[in-house]
Design a protein around this ligand. Structure first.
Ligand code: IPM
Ligand code: MN
Length: 363
């Protein structure tokens, strides 16, 4: 019997269903080539579901999710609904309730034409951000008083635990160990990105990083404050290999990173708890203005499926899918990721066809 994986499919809002359809089209081809299968179940949550039923994402859905192998996620967010409501209930809900403590965000340049920096080639930009995904300003501790008056006070708590800090730092070191040194380097490297000079609560990160690194003598370490790290990303992206950072800084710097490699149309992420159900999505939002036009790039979600394949133990399929997207970009078959250049469904077809053609060639 071939292996069957239970996969939740949560298209969400806006362009979500279009990009997820293309990613699933690609997944079907992968299954044919690698001889496993998926049992897919739709999770209908998002704006439409909320407007129809008044329900965001119920507890039973999170319970069900725990028994799945992985979830493919489109995007949520809708102009008809108060900012942050869907995001908090669904994205943050999944991250927090399923304890998906790693937000893994590869920043990898597939072709020089996708990079806005002068003279940068694929070998210059290849880094992995490990964004802590369950703590920091995202824990939802905020409030306001004297609202609407000149004396108004508004606050939001940034919270770090030793356990939460240590597990993401350890994950980063293990990832660096697994990746090995970058070409031309003696050792793999982990960079800590924080703002401990101003946010003294992040001294916990400094101390934990210092303690954990002792266990990894074969890994180089580096440190940058978040403001300087943003500068280095543009000035000297070669400096980055694996980087580990807090939730909010990781959110911001990975959008900058995405822009270095072609924009949010190609930037994938995995919300991961090793060994448990995990959720995979593009880092982009629901782009309501592009919805229904078959014009959003599905590559971010397709590459998120690649991360999912790695998570469920189909590493060879992951590498092949990644290589296939790289090939389409490097040979110029995908001309550019600008909106309007290729249709969403066309890009999905191209990746599927390329996978199938390569499989025939290597048989
Ligand atoms: C992301 C998004 C989310 C975040 C939003 C939608 C809450 O920007 O996944 O990067 O801030 O984490
Ligand atoms: Mn973001």
């Amino acid at each position: 019997m071939s292996t069957v994986y239970d996969i939740g499919v949560l298209p969400g809002d806006g362009i979500g269903s279009e990009v997820v359809n293309e990613a699933l089209k690609v997944l079907t081809a992968i299954e044919q080539i690698y001889g496993f299968s998926t049992k897919r179940e739709t999770m209908p949550y998002g704006a439409e579901h909320f407007l129809k039923t008044g329900e965001m994402m119920p507890d039973v859905a999170f319970e069900r999710a725990r028994d799945l192998h992985a979830i493919v996620f489109g995007a949520v967010g809708d102009p008809r609904i108060e900012v942050g409501k869907l995001e908090f209930a669904i994205i943050a809900g999944l991250r927090h309730k399923l304890d998906l403590f790693v937000n893994l965000r590869p920043i990898k340049l597939y072709h020089e034409s996708l990079c806005p920096l002068k003279g940068k080639l694929p070998e210059h930009i290849d880094m992995m951000f490990c964004r802590e995904n369950t703590e920091d300003a995202y824990v939802g501790m905020y409030g306001a008083t004297k609202k609407g008056t000149p004396d108004e006070i508004s606050m939001q708590q940034m919270l770090y635990t030793r356990r939460g800090t240590e597990r993401i730092i350890r994950y980063a070191f293990e990832l660096a160990k697994a990746r090995g040194p970058k070409p031309g380097q003696d050792k793999a490297k982990v960079m800590l990105v924080d703002k401990a000079n101003a946010l003294r609560s992040q001294e916990l990160w400094t101390r934990t990083f210092t303690e954990v690194k002792v266990e990894y003598p074969d890994i180089d370490t580096d440190h940058a404050y978040i403001d300087a790290a943003c500068m280095f990303m543009v000035q000297n992206p070669e400096r980055f290999d694996v980087a580990v950072t807090t939730n909010l800084f990781g959110d911001i710097i990975t959008d900058l990173g995405a822009e270095l490699v072609g924009g949010i149309g190609i930037a994938a992420s995995g919300n991961i708890h090793p060994g448990q159900v995990s959720m995979f999505e593009g880092i982009h939002g629901s782009a309501p203005l592009l919805a229904g036009k078959d014009s959003a790039s599905p590559l971010a979600t397709i590459l998120a499926v690649a991360l999912m394949l790695d998570h469920i133990g189909q590493n060879e399929a992951k590498l092949e899918l990644d290589a296939c997207v790289a090939d389409l970009l490097q040979t110029g078959k995908i001309r550019s990721l600008r909106t309007g250049e290729h249709k969403c469904s066309e890009l999905g077809d191209m990746v599927r066809d390329e996978l199938l053609a390569r499989a025939v060639r290597t048989k």
